[in-house]
Design a protein around this ligand. Structure first.
Ligand code: SF4
Length: 275
């Protein structure tokens, strides 16, 4: 492992990512940071359960914006006080919990983090943890070797680069092992109230497609589509709302469309017609 820079030195550098790249060792579950810019929609776009004819792209865009506003209004009304589903008490705990949530349910993460944070309550303690100990605690979250490596690497990076404090900018967060755009957006939105992007997890990806807000399965493209469609003030809560909606009503294998307050504005893309 190479020489670490302190936070002040890092900020003076033109390219902190390049500096950190010399010492980081990405794992298989590290999130990709590539952003691909593509058009929001690939015409034609079908709203298959209603008698809407094919629209021009201009009309479609206006119709889509209007429909999106209706969806946001209903989500705000239905889930007015949503919070992050990952249990945490500070930025360090949320960063670690979000790293653990890759390919794992929030419920499962919430089951292991109490023991993890009891034994390693600070970045300093986690930075000095033996990897096998961390692996044993987080084993049930899957990919536990890579995640343990990322957790310890994240904690060491926070200690060496930022003096033990989780930073509050996207650029500083994404150079930490295991921290990609998704984790950074979660931490910045929930802890620091900064809307830097839209968090795309499995619920957001699935329901955004059902709602016809994107046609992509790629999280980076979905985030880009949603950032274009949604007002910035909705970026943080929209993800929390869709996550709650995906658990309560728009359940993956059996969406309860007839009980859904969004039904009137949802094309239910890819689902069979309601009977
Ligand atoms: S109408 Fe059905 S598919 Fe659309 S958001 Fe509601 S539950 Fe999901």
């Amino acid at each position: 492992m190479g020489t670490f820079l302190n936070g002040r030195d890092l900020k003076r550098k033109r390219s902190p990512l390049k500096s950190w790249d010399t010492i980081r060792n990405p794992s298989p579950v590290h999130e990709r940071q590539l952003i691909v810019v593509v058009p929001i929609f690939s015409p034609p776009f079908h709203i298959d359960q209603r008698n809407l004819t094919r629209l021009s792209m201009t009309d479609l865009s206006d119709a889509l914006k209007k429909r999106t506003r209706k969806i946001l209004t209903i989500l705000d009304r239905t889930y007015p006080d949503v919070e992050c589903a990952l249990h945490h008490r500070n930025a360090y705990e949320l960063t670690a919990a979000t790293i653990l949530s890759a390919q794992c349910t929030d419920e499962r993460v919430n089951m292991v983090t109490p023991a993890l944070f009891e034994k390693y309550p600070t970045p300093a303690s986690l930075a000095a943890a033996p990897q096998e100990d961390v692996e044993a605690i987080i084993q049930s979250t899957g990919f536990f070797r890579a995640k343990a490596k990322n957790l310890i690497g994240m904690a060491r990076g926070v200690m060496e680069l930022y003096g033990g404090e989780i930073p509050d900018s996207l650029e500083e967060l994404v150079v930490l092992p295991g921290v990609g755009r998704k984790t950074a957006n979660v931490v910045l939105g929930v802890i620091f109230g900064k809307a830097t992007g839209v968090v795309v997890d499995t619920h957001v990806r699935r329901i955004s497609n059902l709602l016809g807000l994107t046609t992509s399965q790629n999280p980076e493209i979905i985030e880009r589509d949603l950032m274009r469609l949604l007002p910035r003030k909705s970026w943080i809560c929209f993800s929390h709302q869709l996550i709650h909606h995906g658990r309560k009503i728009c359940i993956a294998r059996r969406p309860r469309c007839l009980e859904c307050p969004l039904l009137k504005y949802c094309p239910r893309t890819g689902l069979p017609p309601l009977t």
